[in-house]
Unconditional design. Structure first.
Length: 408
């Protein structure tokens, strides 16, 4: 008779089951396990080789991960076996072959006796430390469906926050690009035509007005050395990007970004909302506070905020409360520190952190709306002054010429 490797959980003792059973077929094996009140997670015939697909390069977006997690939680809640859930979800990933291969390997590892969190941890590009630690907490506590629901909600809120910020930046970015394009066309195409006209109208020893000469000089430089300007812009972008990848560079740039008026305030609110949401989700899922803070620091998105969280973690290791190091960091607003202090004293830190996250996500929306209201008149004024100055500079010689004709 064939031997089967069984992974599951005993309903009476709530203990994990990882054993081998002999049975004539799967139907006989399932009947045997039902009598023993074992909930089956996976069954595999021993000795049968499992061919793993070769992973190719790819990426899984946060939106795809959120949809997967939400569907996974619903299936687990409905009582479907873990391996069957992973198999169904893998077959649905037709648009993302890489994600499909990852889920197939996770299902295979679970079939061979690994836990779900261990199987997911082998794919850090898809399932980060936060994800795998929460899944591990869900497996240990027997509340995997609840943990997956929290994870799905967390990822959806982070995706929404990110999409709100990106959506808000689209309009000013589009206006800036359009403004630069319009000014470039005027300087490279229109101004040279005026220059040729002026050269034909000038008499011996006559010079153009100073503003006109400045505009023509800038236009000539841009027309002749546009490639140099483009190269300088690309070089500066690459230098900043390379510098940001260094620890010191990232620290300096993140600190500078937080000090920029209006923008720095928005970035800080985003970081506080992300910190609160991440820590609340981890704590409510049963992940220890030190490990939760370690994960939160790595996913803060800003090295200044991340360093502050690491200092909080070190202080807690030494027996202090979470509030005092938060205040000492000088990064977190006093209201956040006070609310966390209340949550810590009442034993409802995760609930208080969730309220802070909700509040600051609304604050981010309001701050972005105010920023757009401020940017619009500034950009309109900048465009008006720039283009108006160019037009006036080009018309000054015509005014002088009309004055000469009138004097004759």
């Amino acid at each position: 008779m064939p031997t089967y490797v069984v992974v599951g959980r005993n309903q009476r003792t709530n203990q994990p089951v990882n054993t081998q059973r002999e049975a004539a077929n799967r139907e006989e094996l399932e009947a045997m396990l039902r009598r023993e009140q074992v909930t089956v997670v996976s069954v595999r015939e021993k000795g049968r080789d499992i061919a793993l697909p070769k992973l190719v390069g790819g990426k899984v977006s946060s939106k795809e991960l959120a949809i997967f997690t939400r569907q996974f939680s619903v299936m687990i809640d409905a009582g479907l076996p873990l391996v069957q859930c992973l198999e169904i979800l893998a077959t649905q990933q037709d648009k993302n072959k890489y994600f499909k291969q990852v889920l197939t390997q996770v299902r295979t590892d679970v079939e061979t006796g690994s836990t779900l969190s261990e199987s997911m941890a082998k794919h850090p590009k898809v399932f980060d430390n936060l994800y795998t630690n929460m899944v591990a907490a869900g497996e240990t506590g027997g509340i995997l469906d609840t943990i997956l629901q929290r994870l799905a909600t967390f990822i959806e809120k982070i995706v929404k926050l990110r999409s709100d910020v990106i959506s808000a930046l689209i309009y000013p970015s589009a206006v800036i690009v359009l403004a630069v394009a319009v000014i470039a066309v005027i300087m490279v195409v229109v101004i040279p035509a005026f220059r040729n006209i002026f050269e034909g109208l000038l008499g011996p020893g006559e010079r153009l007005p100073l503003p006109t000469e400045i505009v023509i000089a800038i236009s000539s430089f841009m027309a002749s050395y546009w490639w140099l300007l483009l190269g300088i812009i690309v070089a500066i972008a690459l230098i900043i990007r390379s510098y940001y990848k260094t620890p010191g560079g990232r620290f300096q740039i993140d600190r500078l970004m937080l000090k920029i008026p209006v923008i720095g305030d928005i970035l800080l609110k985003i970081a506080v909302a992300r910190f609160s949401r991440t820590l609340a989700t981890l704590l409510s899922s049963g992940v220890p506070i030190l490990e939760s803070l370690d994960i939160t620091a790595r996913t803060a998105g800003n090295v200044i905020v991340g360093n502050a969280i690491i200092r909080v973690r070190s202080s807690i290791e030494q027996g202090q409360t979470i509030v005092e190091p938060l205040k000492a960091s000088g990064v977190f607003p006093s209201m956040v520190c006070q609310m966390i202090g209340v949550g810590e004293q009442t034993g409802a830190l995760d609930a208080m952190l969730s309220k802070i996250a909700d509040f600051y996500e609304l604050e981010v929306d309001a701050a972005i709306a105010n920023l757009l209201t401020l940017i619009e008149p500034i950009m309109i004024g900048f465009l008006g002054i720039t283009i108006g100055s160019i037009v006036i500079a080009m018309y000054l010689p015509l005014f002088a010429l009309v004055g000469k004709l009138a004097g004759r």
